[in-house]
Design a binder for this molecule. Structure first.
Ligand code: SF4
Length: 86
């Protein structure tokens, strides 16, 4: 039985959330009604101001120093983390 305590479960959730966001914004872009990739709210991404183990914004591929993120809205901390980490 899966208990979502391993990183694989979190990654599946993150990928699902990412692709849902990408597909939704892709439809908007095709229709000329929005940006190519809308960012997800911090709440929806499960963002927090502390790392998850060794995972943090600082070592996430989406991080845009000093305090930006390519997929999550608003300023983020280099020591933060969310479910879209990757
Ligand atoms: S963990 Fe990655 S995707 Fe999540 S807020 Fe930080 S930089 Fe963005």
């Amino acid at each position: 039985m899966s208990d979502c305590k391993n990183d694989g479960c979190g990654r599946r959730h993150a990928l699902t959330l990412f692709w849902a966001t990408a597909l939704a914004s892709g439809v908007g872009a095709v229709l000329g009604a929005g940006p190519a990739l809308a960012k997800t709210s911090q709440a929806a991404a499960g963002y927090r101001n502390s790392p998850k183990g060794r995972q943090s914004c600082a070592n996430c591929s989406w991080f845009e120093a000093p305090a930006g993120c390519g997929v999550v809205k608003g300023p983020v901390s280099a020591r933060g983390w969310c479910a879209l980490w990757g």
